[in-house]
Design a protein around this ligand. Sequence first.
Ligand SMILES: *Cc1c(COP(=O)(O)O)cnc(C)c1O
Length: 392
Amino acid sequence: MNFEELQTLDRQYVMQTYGRFPVAADHGKGATVWDVAGKEYIDFASGIGVNSVGYGNEAWQAAINGQAAKLGHISNLFYSEPYILLAQRLCQRSGMSNAFFANGGGEANEGMIKLARKWSFDKYGKGRGTVITLNRSFHGRTITTLAATGQEVFHNYFFPFTEGFRYADANDLSSLEEVAGHDVCAVMMELVQGEGGVLPLDAEYVQKVAKLCAERDWLLLIDEVQTGIGRTGALFAFQQYGIQPDVVSFAKGIAGGLPMSGILANEKCRDVFTPGTHATTFGGNPVAAAAALAVQDILTDELLEQVKEKGAYLRAAIEGLDLPCLGATRGLGLMIGVEVKGERTNAQLAARLVEAGLLVLTAGPDLRLLPPLVITREEMDKGLAIMKAALS
Ligand SMILES: *Cc1c(COP(=O)(O)O)cnc(C)c1O
């Protein structure tokens, strides 16, 4: 079907919850995508930070095909090898103790919040279930994770929201101390706020928060749904911040495009969830877990180093284009924010870039780039040339 036919059917049969670009994607290879008309696009978006190993990776395909042929699903009432090996690999590479697998970022964060509240209930009883989150954060679209999200625009329509969240300003310890109280059980944060605008937290601030959490016996919950699985140049961003969380969530890039998420707990929190206290039907699905294991094989320490180099290269090159509509860049690894200046909005610039053949994202008022971690120098240079031509 061509684009117009697909768009007509979409409008008739699909709830219109997304402002889509006028592109119908058909296939991809590496960091390059083609639409149904055969037009080529360089991908600086990875879906939304999902296609960590690019499109059509052969080892990833083989893992999925092999597992689908062998055992596509079995419930969590049985053991299966892929999720067990994945849990082992993630724990060994992160210093965490054990894992729970789910299906999306919001669901993983729900689990993390539930774990924190139960940990506190087991130790202190009722009345200590408040989680402090940061302004400009984003933690998901479920009723509870919307409440956890520190942006007023998300606290609409769906009343009543889950109670038990308070918000502090990022990079401001006194703001966090102001909202603290005897009812607090945890602090939850992204280390680079993604949807909020690609805003990296200061390492010194994060270390002080970790210290405060230890002093007050609060859990430190790190939402690495976007920053995790190599995006910032380490398997988890916390490994670059000099802290060890009590619980960390991950999702987007974990299985290279298949839906999967989860949380990792440290030794202190490893036994908080017991049989019957938390579950999800699809969590740890064998095909998704096999895909995630293939992603782990691809994301070697050497590749993670390259993620840092590629990020530095892209940022310097974008600033070097000296485009009047773009300002400074910021971020960590291949999670990059580009300041938008002048009359045109980020949405207008993104539309222009997509039309010209470069897939990009927006965040806050700016542009956001999350290329596949395996993007090549040639693909980056092609994308930069498109950016230069389209925005000059
Ligand atoms: C995308 C995102 C989420 C939500 O993930 P879903 O898979 O859409 O539920 C939560 N937290 C952060 C930091 C994210 O970037």
